[in-house]
Structures are given as structure tokens and as C-alpha cells.
Design a protein around this ligand. Structure first.
Ligand code: HPA
Length: 237
């Protein structure tokens, strides 16, 4: 039994959704899972649930925020038999023409927080999504009529950045979003030979001069619902 996920092999499905926020894990189980799901972890408030989505086995596990917390959870999910990780969450939007509530599919995640590089034991490395999952997610979201942005994101360790030029410099390199866990997930997945994809809802628009604009709670709830349903479909695809 791992230290932070107090569960045994078999308690988790091979396909696991990974939100940062424990309330979102509970919401996903209550809203999207079929009847009969169960709680498999409460340790440290890292709530985890296992059930089925449209008949297929699925789990959802809270990661907490940032690479160190999420890295522990990804690693322990591997110990417990996970084979596919789908991060669901929010990101700051960097792209031109992006709107709050849009969906971002991260084909890669630059490790501005260097925890993933330390874990990979390499000076340089490009944390990358599983292409087939990215392809499926893009197709399903277009079919649903969602506005989707597919591109690289930045995984940062700093939410409140004192440097107002950071967002513009990442945007110059083609990044479409900023978040805090995807690079860690892609790196653990690469080292442990799992599949992984991060799908996020744009919750903030990050301006060139470091200014940020935040989505209303209602618009966020709508965007996140679309994104989470998409993530369930991708997880069991
Ligand atoms: N930075 C990092 N993570 C985030 C942000 C952000 O601006 N918005 C949502 N998650």
C-alpha cells in the first residue's frame, strides 16, 4: 500500500482522470460515473474514486497542485496499476483569440518547474502527450462543437509570478497555456511507459503585460463540464 494513496492493486481502474482539486474529483464521480462508484482514497484529502463511465472501468484521483504533489500521486497510481492518466483541470490562456471556457489540449508541456527534469535524470527533455489520445480528444471536442486549442503549455511552479514579462516570453515561443502539473505527468508517464494527456479549461486570460482576467464561476462551471465529459470519453477510448 503506497504512503499517500491508501489503496491496494485492483482498487483503481487502469484509466485514471487526474484533477488537481478534490471537489472536482467528487463532482466527476457524482456527475459522470455510472451508479455504484466508490471512494478508494481519502488520505491527505487526495480524494480518489473508482467506478465505470458508460460501462467502462474508470477512476478519478486528486493530484493536488504543482509538480511535487502531483508527481507523488502519479507515481503511486503507477504502483497501483494505472496505465493511462488524463489530467483534467484549468489553465491560464496565452493564445491569441482565446476565450474563457475554451478547451486546451497540451501536446507538450515545457517544464519551467524543473522537478520533471530532476525526475527524468536528464538536463533537457521534452515532456510530451500520447499522440493517439491528443488526436482522439481533438476529434471528439470538434464533433461536440467545443472551441479547442491544441499546442504546447508551460508547467510552472509559480502561480503568482512577480515578473510581468513571463507570459509574453512563453507566448513568443508558441505556448497556448500555463498550468502546474502536465509536465510532471508526461514525464512520469514516459519513465513508467504509460499513456498520458492533459485537457484543460481556460480559466484566466494572461495578458502580454502580466495582467490577468479571471472567468466568472458560472462560465467556468460550464467550460469545465464540457472538458470533463470529453476527458471521460478520452480516458476510456
Ligand atoms: N498559472 C498557473 N496555473 C493556472 C493558471 C495560471 O495562470 N490558471 C489556471 N491554472
Amino acid at each position: 500500500m503506497p504512503i499517500h494513496l491508501r489503496a491496494e492493486r485492483g482498487d483503481y481502474a487502469p484509466n485514471v482522470l487526474c484533477p488537481g482539486d478534490p471537489r472536482r474529483a467528487t463532482y466527476i464521480a457524482e456527475t459522470f460515473f455510472d451508479e455504484g462508484w466508490r471512494c478508494v482514497n481519502t488520505e491527505r484529502g487526495l480524494l480518489g474514486y473508482t467506478g465505470t463511465f458508460e460501462g467502462s472501468p474508470i477512476s478519478v484521483q486528486t493530484t493536488g497542485m504543482g509538480c511535487p504533489s502531483s508527481g507523488i500521486v502519479f507515481e503511486e497510481l503507477v504502483m497501483l496499476g494505472a496505465r493511462r492518466l488524463v489530467r483534467v483541470g484549468t489553465c491560464g490562456g496565452l493564445g491569441d483569440g482565446m476565450a474563457m471556457g475554451d478547451t486546451v489540449i497540451a501536446i507538450s508541456a515545457t517544464a519551467e518547474d524543473t522537478t520533471p527534469l530532476r525526475y527524468a535524470q536528464m538536463d533537457g527533455y521534452a515532456p510530451t502527450a500520447t499522440f493517439t489520445l491528443a488526436e482522439t480528444a481533438a476529434r471528439l471536442s470538434r464533433e461536440h462543437g467545443t472551441t479547442v486549442h491544441v499546442g504546447p503549455v508551460v508547467t510552472s511552479g509559480v502561480f503568482y509570478d512577480p515578473d510581468p514579462t513571463t507570459f509574453a516570453r512563453w507566448k513568443r515561443l508558441g505556448h497556448v497555456g500555463v498550468e502546474m502539473e502536465a509536465a510532471m505527468m508526461y514525464t512520469v508517464a514516459a519513465v513508467k511507459r504509460l499513456e498520458a494527456l492533459a485537457i484543460m479549461t481556460v480559466s484566466d486570460l494572461l495578458g502580454e503585460s502580466g495582467d490577468t482576467e479571471r472567468i466568472s464561476d458560472d462560465d467556468l462551471a460550464r467550460g469545465v463540464d464540457d472538458m470533463m465529459r470529453l476527458a471521460c470519453r478520452v480516458a476510456v477510448s
